[in-house]
Design a protein around this ligand. Structure first.
Ligand code: IMP
Ligand code: MG
Length: 178
C-alpha cells in the first residue's frame, strides 16, 4: 500500500482492512455474549461511524436494534465548546440497554457533553464502543467500555473517518504523515 493524498495532506497506511475486520468480529462476539436477552439498542454517532456500525451490526446475532444520531461539535473560543444534536433520537430509550457506537474518541468532548442528555431519558444502561481510542488525547472524562484499537494521538482518515469531509471512502485506515 502506498500513501494517499487528501486535500493538502499526505497520509500513510496504518490499519489494514483485515485487522480492522478481525477486531470488529471479536467485538461483535463479545457484545453477542454480553447482551444476550437484553435486546440492546445500538446508537451510532454519524457521520464517521457509518461503516463501523454496518460491519459490526452485520455480525450481531442476538435480538438488537440500531438507530442513529448526529452530533456536531463547535470549537468556539471557550475551552469546553458546544456540542449540538444535529439529528436527534427518534425512539424512546427509557429502560433500554444502549451501546453507543463511535468511530473515534479523541478529546472526549462530544460524548462527554451528550451523555447527560441521554442519561436524562432514563435508559437501563449506557456503554460506549469505539473503533479507535486516542487515549492520550482524552481531555473530558468518558468511559470507553469496548474498543477495537488504542491508537496514538495522530490524525487518521479512512473507513468512515474524514479530513474536512474527504477520505472516508477506503477500507483501510491511514495516518497523517509526519
Ligand atoms: P472528540 O469529541 O474530541 O472525542 O472527537 C470526536 C470526533 O472528532 C470524532 O467522532 C471524529 O468525527 C472527530 N475526530 C477526532 N479525531 C479524528 C481523527 O484522527 N480523524 C478524523 N476525525 C477525527
Ligand atoms: Mg469527523
Amino acid at each position: 500500500m502506498s500513501t494517499i493524498q487528501v486535500l493538502d495532506k499526505t497520509f500513510e497506511p496504518y490499519l489494514k482492512e483485515a485487522e480492522i475486520q478481525e477486531k470488529i468480529t471479536a467485538l461483535a462476539t463479545q457484545l453477542n455474549q454480553d447482551y444476550a436477552g437484553k435486546r440492546p439498542l445500538f446508537l451510532s454517532v454519524l457521520n464517521g461511524s457509518f461503516l463501523f456500525t454496518a460491519d459490526l451490526f452485520k455480525q450481531i446475532t442476538i435480538e438488537a436494534e440500531v438507530s442513529f444520531i448526529k452530533l456536531a461539535s463547535y470549537k468556539g473560543t471557550s475551552s469546553t465548546g458546544n456540542v449540538i444534536t444535529a439529528i436527534g433520537l427518534d425512539i424512546n430509550v427509557k429502560d433500554r440497554h444502549i451501546i453507543i457506537l463511535e468511530d473515534i474518541i479523541d478529546t472526549g468532548k462530544t460524548l462527554h457533553h451528550y451523555l447527560p442528555q441521554l442519561e436524562s431519558m432514563q435508559p437501563a444502561s449506557i456503554k460506549i464502543a469505539v473503533l479507535l481510542n486516542k487515549k492520550e488525547a482524552l481531555q473530558f472524562p468518558v468511559q470507553v467500555d469496548y474498543r477495537c484499537f488504542d491508537i496514538p494521538n495522530k490524525f487518521v482518515v479512512g473507513y468512515g473517518l474524514d479530513y474536512d469531509g474527504l477520505g472516508r471512502n477506503s477500507k483501510d485506515i491511514y495516518q497523517l504523515k509526519a
